[in-house]
Design a protein around this ligand. Sequence first.
Ligand code: ADP
Ligand code: MG
Ligand code: MG
Ligand code: MG
Ligand code: MG
Length: 729
Amino acid sequence: MGLLSEGSPLSWEETKALADHVREHGVNQFINLYHRLKDRQGDILKWGDEVEYIIVKFDDEKKVARVALRAQDLLAELNEKEQADPKGVKSLWRPEYGAYMIEGTPGKPFGGLMAHFNLVEANMRYRREEVTELLGSDECVMSITNFPRLGAPNFTYPLAQPRPEDPLSSARSLYFPDEAIFPGHPRFKTLTRNIRKRRGEKVSIKLKVFKDAKTKLPVEGAPPGEPDVVLLDAMGFGMGCCCLQLTFQACNITEARRLYDQLAPLCPIMLALTAASPIYRGYLTESDCRWNVISSSVDCRTEEERGLAPLKNQKFRIAKSRYDSIDSYLSPEGAKYNDVPLTYDDAVYQRLIDGGIDHLLAQHVAHLFIRDTVSLFSEKVNQNDNEDTDHFENIQSTNWQTMRFKPPPPNSSIGWRVEFRPCEAQISDFENAAIVCFVVLLTRVILSYQLNFLTPISKVDENMQTAQKRDACRKEKFWFRKSSKTTEQRAAKANARAQAEAQAQANGKATLNGGGATVLENGNGNGLANGSGSENGDIDEPLTNGSSAPKLNGHAATNGSSKTNGTSNGTTNGLSNGADSDHTDTDDEENELFQLLSINEIFNGKPNVFPGLVPLIRSYLQSMEVDTDTHCTIEQYLRFIQKRAAGELITTATWMREQVLSHPDYKQDSVVSESINYDLLKRIQTIQEGKHVEPALLGQGYHSKTKTKEFIPPALQKQLAKNGCCEEK
Ligand code: ADP
Ligand code: MG
Ligand code: MG
Ligand code: MG
Ligand code: MG
């Protein structure tokens, strides 16, 4: 969310009474904004990350770690700089759900230069240092996905006790006191109360405990008949988790719809790769990720809507929480993979259609609008639907999905954007930066190679569940789209060339061209084109159109050499890509298109099935002129991702499990005690500060890139030294 607008929240009864009002005006506002902005063209690539952090307070004598309820006063200080110089600050800070949480983003989005990949990690480090300066020596800002003992006795500092019987409590939780909800803005407590009231009972989050030799059953607080369940009963257990998000600006609405679709199947894949939260309320669980927890933590559906009672007062059965993976694709090529029936109100859909919105977008918006508003401010009730978008945003911003399709805000220079939301927060800036840069590069490859990852929504849903299983990154398989011959040929060619060039390098011929500023955007904002006008005569090379103009048409398949689509205006409407042209659409062949692959195979490739995400990025980069520093940066990130995908490095979740299981105080009872929690967090602190290199997580020296030699992995250093690369400047 942007800067939270101030105001007075209405009571639940008042809010409920205005649900149809918000829906009606929200839909009008969307129709109006669509017509204002649908033809907006030529926005350049911009992108930025959001990292959420938890403030931890250590008691070194007692060996206890707690969450510090300090976000409000920290934000007051952090925001001072922004208020003094809104355009000049290097970071922006926003409140999050927890009174112990803050969210940091770069001061400005990054842009189209390849060299911007060098800035991400440094900016993340700057943010961490900026907060650290305001903290006491016993406090620490940590980008951990979940505080392991969140909701366990006495987990906050100052101590606060839950008041489940207090009618004034927002959460009424047995475990999570209202004091742990951010107090500085009414939105958070209001949402907590209204979601509980709409649902008709407290939220119920169930996790299977990790059963060890001496695990005591029933687990404390387990629901009747479910002795092995760790039960969590408040919004804070999910919304109080941290994540890593990314937003990209597309050149126009068509590209935004396409990116939204192509990234959606990658959400569960990235969730599995970034798994970082195996411990809840002090118990090791069977889950490695926050996703189902956060989904259940804001599940405002009534029993009727959940299918537990016959429909009487409500309109629909609703399959998912308002926090979950997406339910439909938005681009024409995605349409046939919308295989899960979408719930929406026909009248709302019809109004969108009558308002000139196409079917795919109309059903998307109508589906978002099956939800009632759960937070409404008196100042915002009456609006001008021709200008304001608050009612639309009200529903949009409380549909928390794996992807978000973000229309331009009113009266701004910002274009159509998509947000990538599945990733868990990683311990170190290095890891978070690696993931961010990887996903940004992937978007460029998707657009330039016209890659097609579309997978039926039902299979993406299945993958979401698979992704959260214990050690899914190494053990599970995921539905993934077999690549087309075209893609493989392109990749093979590029790889062969890469090898030849590596050989040439080994023979002393430097092929990487330093100095030229390489840009990631072009007139259409989509290609990752280089600005130095290098010759690229390979007609099969999808990146460039062979001209030496610095700004290139990013849709390389339109350069005339490709057998794919013939559009020449740079838009992707009606685009058919190489994958589909290789296949007839018989059901059999369609089924064969989707195979179960491991994370390793998806990232590193499987012969005759898929070239691998990282090899695709590498072949793409091969055709770019990338300066040496940037090359080093990207190479470190790609190697890290490859190793984690291969299981050579373990996920944060697996590492945390190992830390607990091998702790001397661990009693084989699944309990993460105060002392285990303390030592785990202390260890994390040394890792994020770069004082300890944890080989299982980061390999040798894969931390804290500062462009000095000591932080570049030795093997890479050697190779780079040979090529005169990565000298200190
Ligand atoms: P959210 O609504 O998801 O909380 P934020 O305002 O926190 O969004 O910002 C998300 C990210 O989007 C930030 O990293 C920010 O730098 C980036 N961003 C800002 N403007 C643009 C833009 N025009 N295009 C793409 N990303 C942008
Ligand atoms: Mg944000
Ligand atoms: Mg956030
Ligand atoms: Mg959040
Ligand atoms: Mg966000």
